[in-house]
Design a protein around this ligand. Sequence first.
Ligand code: AMP
Ligand code: ZN
Length: 112
Amino acid sequence: MSDCLFCKIVSGAIPAKPLYQDDTVLAFEDIQPQAPSHFLVIPREHLADQRGIDAGREALMGHLIRVASQVAADKGLSSFRTVINTGAQAGQTVFHLHVHVLGGRAMNWPPG
Ligand code: AMP
Ligand code: ZN
């Protein structure tokens, strides 16, 4: 999608600090980290949010989660929080599916 920020990161039009990439997903550092470690894992395909994961895309969701775990392990995180915001009221600001991974500090529950 031409006006999507994360599609522009996928195409290379906007730079990001890459952590991992393959044919279907990419992981990069969040530009405004909310924890000592904060990175995002996104599909290359434009899906506005997790509701784009239909029956044919279940493996893609599993891959996003596996890559999140792998990058967290590469960063030496023994504990981390995985967040997917869906919809503006939930805090979503970029409408291209992304998995946040935050770690390196104690986390509160319930989240804000
Ligand atoms: P959300 O609020 O769940 O939609 O998360 C969007 C995330 O994208 C926020 O944590 C932003 O800091 C992050 N973000 C926005 N622009 C960029 C960018 N150019 N590179 C990396 N992360 C970004
Ligand atoms: Zn997009």
